[in-house]
Design a binder for this molecule. Sequence first.
Ligand code: ACO
Length: 324
Amino acid sequence: MMKARLIGTGSFVPKKILTNYDLEKMVETSDSWISTRTGIRQRRVAVEDSTSEMAAKAAKAALKAAGVSPKEIDLIIVGTVTPDMTFPSSACFVQSHLGVKSGAAAFDVSAACSGFLYALDIANKYIKSGSVQKALVIGADRFSRLVDWKDRSTCVLFGDGAGAVVLSAEKGNRGVLSSRIHSDGRHWEMLYADSPCPPSPFEKKGSGNHYLKMNGNETFKLAVRTMGSAIKEVMEETGLKPEDISLLIPHQANLRIINAARDRLKLAEEKVFTNLDKYGNTSAGSIPIALDEAVREGKVKDNDIILFVSFGGGLTWASAAVRW
Ligand code: ACO
């Protein structure tokens, strides 16, 4: 059977850096509170780049790394909850920005911070079914539009950015070994952002403001639990042991959540990739940006086993194991 091999990665973050010290001037917070509670020191915020432009720039870099022309792409999936417009999808904009052939399929997936792993899971299944040869899988979000910059409990956590991979249908044992996606809508109120559309004149109740709302403590507890079970799931399915894992690339939300997942797995610190100190939580962009950095820093070698794990609004969670 065909496997979906990850043959190229790319990422893009906006130029503008917002440090914890910058935030001290905007809300009642401190660098020490943010860095000790989360591990975040700075984040990037988009001034000009829209979500689809960031996605296209990341995808362009991934295509270059893979040596693949946009004309060869059959499928584009963008994980995002901050599309440029309600419709068309960000994936259609990426298709247009990159000159991907007319007739390719393009759509977005809404799974908040699990968006990239949801998109990877779907593309993997298209490739395994034989209907797609090459796919672009992208995670991109612009949370600077979604957070209330007067709310210190949320604005310190997030940043903007995008990451992408090119998947190719190939025979052999390299590629996605296992991929799982899950949700539990009962917990939607843990983390959500209301509709950006104004209420219609027929509605009884307005939809309120569109800013992100979060129950941080409860999200934290659920994140630790779901990340642990999601990792266990793909390890059991593939028969992998902790010593087989070359690198764990978790969703970059909070260093304390990542360390809790690492402890459960009894993984050495150097086997867990983190870059949230530089970018904060970039939602769907988080895992593919981290993967691209790990690849470019030479931390990923042929045949390495890489694990990915995420959780996000929904509540959603997902995991994947890949042989590089
Ligand atoms: N600066 C200073 N003080 C603050 C700040 C801030 N930025 N934010 C909150 N505080 C205060 C609170 O008001 C509270 O004060 P009080 O004790 O006087 O009431 C105190 O700090 C402690 O607040 P807690 O919320 O209990 O702090 P906690 O240690 O739980 O850390 C945090 C909060 C960092 C939000 C943590 O709960 C967390 O990371 N949760 C997970 C969030 C997450 O990962 N969200 C993303 C999900 S992915 C997606 O789909 C987008």
